[in-house]
Design a protein around this ligand. Structure first.
Ligand SMILES: *[C@@H]1O[C@H](CO)[C@@H](O)[C@H](O)[C@H]1NC(C)=O
Length: 478
C-alpha cells in the first residue's frame, strides 16, 4: 500500500539531493533557534564549489561539507573538518562517516529512507515556549497543516504493523529494555559515566536552571517514539523533525548534550549512543537536584530519522488524567509512573503565557486563591515572565510538589487532574506524603522504565551517531 504520493515524495527527495549535492543543508539556524529557543546553531560557510554547513557547538566550529564536483560523480562522501587549537584542519572522514549513495540499497540505509504514512502533521506553535520540565501547552489551534491519508495505523508502541506488499521496510523494531545491559560499555568505554557525571556537574554549576531542562529533554525523547535520541535531530530548513513541533516548544540543553557527546567521543569514538548519553544526563541532573540515584542500563541505538508529527505523543498541560494515562500507556508506563513522574514538576520554571491569557485552558482550574493572586501579580511583568513550578523548594527534586498539589498550589490542569480525577493516582499522592522515601525510590524505578521505553537494539535499525544532531549519513529522511 505504498501510495504513489509517498513514492513521489521519495523520488523527489532523491532528485533534490542529486541535483543539489548537499548533505548538510545550509540553514536559517539562527531563525530556527530564535523560534524554538532550541539552539540549532547552523550556518552556511561558503566555498562556491563545496557546499558546507558549520555547526557551532560551544563556540567551536564544526564544518561538514558536501563532496566536491569530482567526488560527486563517483558517489558522495561526507567529509568533515574539525578544529584544532583554533584552526580548522582537514581530516580524513572516518569510515563510518562515508556513505555512498550507491549503498542506498543496503538494508540499514533503506530503513532510513523509509517512512510510515504520517497521520497528521500539526502546525507548530508560533511562539517560543516555557521551560516546564515535562509538559508543553497545546500548540495554538492545533489545526492540521498537512494531512496525509493514513493507509494503515501505526501500533501505539511505535513498532511496525506489517503491511502486505509494503515497498519500504517498516519502522525499527523496538523493545522495552530487554536487550539493555548495565555493563554494556564495560569493555569498550568504562569511563563513560564519569565523563558524563563531571560534565553535567560543570554545566549545572554554571547554570542550575539547565538541570530541569535536561530532565525534560530526556522525557520528551522517551515519550514520543521511545528512547532513540530522535528529539536531538535538527532539520533547520524544512523543520521536519520532532524538535520543531509546538509540543516540544522551549526545550533547552541541546548544546549541553552536544558538548557531552564531544567529550565522550574523544575518549571512545563511535561507541556510545546519544540515546544512552541523554539517559545518563537525566540521571545525573536528578542527582544534582538532590533526587535519587539509579543504575542506567545501556545499549540503545540512535534513530536514523525523526518526524515532527511524532511529537503529538508528548503530554500537554491541558490534558485530563484519562488522556495522560493513554499517552503513558503507549509508552509502556502505568498510572503509578504518571503519578510519580509528574513529581518532576517539583523543579523547573514555566512561562506566564502557559497558564494565563485568553482561555488559559492549561491552567489549574482548582488553583488556590492566594497562590493565583500571587501569580497574577508576578505575571504583570508580561507573558514571557517565568515562575517556579514549585515555589517552596524550586531547585530540589522532592515531594514538595505533592503538598503543593493538595493545596491547589500547582500551575497546570494536568497536575491537578492526577489528584482530583483518578482515585488510583490520587491515593498515590497521599502515600508519597505519608510515607517518607517512597517517592524517591519509586522515581528511580519509573525513570528506568521511562528510559527503557521502546529502545532500538538492532544495530541495523539504528546507529551510534557521531554528532547527536545529525545522522551519520547526513540525511534526515526520506
Ligand atoms: C492555599 O495555600 C495556603 C498556603 O499559601 C494554604 O495554607 C491553604 O491551606 C491553601 N488553601 C487550600 C484551600 O488548600
Amino acid at each position: 500500500m505504498a501510495s504513489p504520493f509517498l513514492s513521489a515524495i521519495f523520488i523527489a527527495a532523491i532528485v533534490f539531493f542529486i541535483s543539489h549535492s548537499v548533505w548538510f543543508l545550509p540553514s536559517q539556524g539562527a531563525e530556527a533557534a530564535a523560534a524554538t529557543n532550541a539552539p540549532p546553531n547552523t550556518r552556511l560557510s561558503s566555498p562556491s564549489h563545496r557546499r558546507c554547513t558549520t555547526l557551532v557547538i560551544l563556540g567551536k566550529h564544526y564544518t561538514f561539507c558536501a563532496p566536491s564536483a569530482v567526488a560527486k560523480k563517483k558517489g558522495r562522501t561526507l567529509s568533515e573538518r574539525l578544529p584544532r587549537e583554533g584552526h580548522a584542519e582537514t581530516r580524513r572522514p572516518s569510515p563510518a562517516a562515508r556513505v555512498s549513495l550507491s549503498e542506498r540499497n543496503h538494508p540499514s540505509i533503506r530503513k532510513r529512507l523509509s517512512r510510515e504514512p504520517r497521520r497528521v502533521i500539526r502546525r507548530r506553535a508560533a511562539t517560543a515556549a516555557h521551560k516546564h520540565p515535562l509538559r508543553r501547552k497545546h500548540p495554538t489551534g492545533g489545526q492540521p497543516l498537512v494531512r496525509i491519508p493514513a493507509t494503515s495505523g501505526r501500533h501505539p508502541s511505535g513498532s511496525p504493523r506489517v503491511r502486505p506488499g509494503a515497498a519500504f521496510p517498516p519502522r525499527p523494531v523496538r523493545n522495552n529494555g530487554e536487550t539493555l545491559r548495565n555493563d554494556f560499555y564495560e569493555q569498550t568505554c568504562p569511563q563513560v559515566e564519569s565523563i558524563i557525571r563531571n560534565k553535567v556537574s560543570e554545566w549545572v554549576t554554571k547554570d542550575p536552571s539547565i538541570a530541569p531542562s535536561l530532565l525534560r529533554l530526556h522525557f520528551h525523547d522517551a515519550i514520543s517514539t521511545g528512547n532513540d535520541a530522535s528529539i536531538l535531530l535538527k532539520d533547520p530548513i524544512r523543520r521536519s523533525t520532532e524538535m520543531y513541533s509546538g509540543f516540544n516548544g522551549g526545550l533547552r540543553g541541546f548544546d549541553v548534550v552536544d558538548d557531552i557527546k564531544l567529550a565522550v567521543e574523544k575518549s571512545c569514538p563511535g561507541i556510545v549512543s546519544c540515546a544512552d548519553i541523554l539517559t545518563v544526563i537525566a540521571r545525573d541532573v536528578t542527582l544534582e537536584m538532590k533526587g535519587p540515584f539509579w543504575f542506567v542500563p545501556f545499549g540503545r541505538k540512535d534513530s536514523f530519522t525523526s518526524f515532527l508529527s511524532d511529537a503529538v505523543e508528548v503530554p500537554n498541560q491541558e490534558s485530563d488524567v484519562n488522556i495522560l494515562l493513554k499517552q503513558f500507556d503507549a509508552a509502556g508506563l502505568t498510572f503509578s509512573d504518571l503519578a510519580i513522574l509528574t513529581g518532576a514538576h517539583s523543579v523547573g520554571k514555566s512561562h506566564c503565557f502557559s497558564f494565563t491569557g485568553a482561555g488559559a485552558g492549561g491552567a489549574n482550574p482548582h488553583m488556590n486563591l492566594t497562590y493565583a493572586q500571587a501569580l497574577n501579580q508576578r505575571c504583570k511583568a508580561g507573558p514571557l515572565e517565568t515562575v517556579f513550578n514549585d515555589d517552596v523548594t524550586p531547585n530540589i527534586l522532592d515531594v514538595q510538589f505533592y503538598t503543593n498539589l493538595k493545596q491547589g498550589r500547582v500551575l497546570f490542569k494536568s497536575d491537578d487532574t492526577i489528584y482530583r480525577d483518578n482515585s488510583m493516582t490520587s491515593s498515590l499522592v497521599d502515600a508519597f506524603l505519608s510515607q517518607p522515601g517512597v517517592w524517591d525510590a519509586q522515581f528511580a524505578v519509573s525513570m528506568v522504565k521511562l528510559a527503557n521505553s521502546r529502545v532500538i537494539a538492532d544495530p541495523n535499525q539504528g546507529e551510534i551517531r557521531r554528532i547527536c544532531s545529525v545522522p551519520n549519513n547526513g540525511l534526515i529522511h526520506h
